[in-house]
Design a protein around this ligand. Structure first.
Ligand SMILES: Nc1ncnc2c1ncn2[C@@H]1O[C@H](COP(=O)(O)OP(=O)(O)OP(=O)(O)O)[C@@H](O)[C@H]1O
Ligand SMILES: [Mg+2]
Length: 252
């Protein structure tokens, strides 16, 4: 399998009131194309910071991050923005969407802004509607964002993250604001995208969510303390049980 994301000795330090906070300390890992990797760890351990730093949303302090072979340190702001728009998709716990746009217009916005495929608005709209159909939310296309449920809105966010056919999706607690039912639905959709070849890195506090991934990285104090390969052969129940045992060993 080829590597899509390669992270070497990544450090991130925030300085607030002259006090240094070393949030990421020499983080090393790589992700192969087609993987679905969960990042777990205590609150404040640096999971979100890791996600934002490796996806070029936030600047690293030192170390190196390569995405599809390109070193992020060699890219200027414009190149980073283009990479995020064209080649990456993002899903967040707080489902940031534009209040003055309908759901479908929110979904297609990244495609309208991108010149990756240079499609007509009609084709972009068709792609947006196809994605909505696939995620079972066709009927809310014209709704305002406050006229849909949390689970529907998160599925709309997945459509938006997919609109430019990204190589990789980064998700920060995508199910964090959802009840168990909606969370399962959202994970089913992410699993389908992953089965179709999209690489996914997601932060979660939920072992049930992590058990549906292929690998788990456990981070404590800005350092990867351990990693766990999920055995796809096992039933979901068994995967959850063995992951929970491992998390207990890690001090979860
Ligand atoms: N923009 C920022 N400026 C300064 N410090 C920050 C910033 N973002 C995060 N931090 C600090 O970095 C540390 C790690 O935060 P981060 O949000 O990455 O943790 P997390 O593991 O995602 O936690 P949670 O599970 O609660 O979301 C915390 O000490 C936090 O206060
Ligand atoms: Mg976080």
């Amino acid at each position: 399998m080829n590597t899509i994301l390669e992270v070497n000795d990544l450090c991130k330090t925030y300085i607030i009131n002259k006090r240094q906070n070393n949030v990421l300390r020499n983080v090393n890992f790589s992700i192969s194309k087609g993987e679905m990797v969960a990042v777990m760890g205590p609150s404040g351990s640096g999971k979100s910071t890791l996600l934002y730093t490796v996806s070029g949303m936030d600047k690293m302090t030192s170390g190196s991050v390569k995405f599809c072979g390109s070193d992020l340190a060699d890219m200027n702001e414009n190149q980073l923005a283009k990479m995020r728009l064209d080649d990456m998709g993002f899903i967040f716990q707080q489902m940031y969407m534009m209040k003055n746009l309908s759901i479908i217009d929110n979904i297609i916005l990244p495609a309208v802004k991108s010149d990756k495929k240079k499609s007509s608005r009609k084709n972009i709209m068709k792609r947006g509607r196809d994605l909505m159909h696939r995620l079972g939310i066709s009927d809310i296309a014209e709704n305002d964002i406050n006229e849909v449920s949390g689970g529907q809105l998160q599925r709309a966010c997945i459509c938006r993250s997919m609109i430019n056919s990204p190589d990789m999706i980064f998700a920060d607690e995508p199910t964090g604001a959802l009840n168990r039912n909606s969370s399962d639905e959202v994970m089913d959709e992410l699993n389908k995208l992953n089965n179709d070849g999209t690489t996914i890195m997601l932060v979660t506090h939920d072992a049930k969510v992590a058990a549906k991934c292929t690998r788990v990285l456990y981070i404590v104090d800005g350092n990867i303390r351990g990693e766990y390969n999920i055995n796809k052969e096992h039933s979901l129940h068994e995967r959850e049980r063995s992951l929970n045992n491992w998390l207990l060993e890690m001090g979860w």
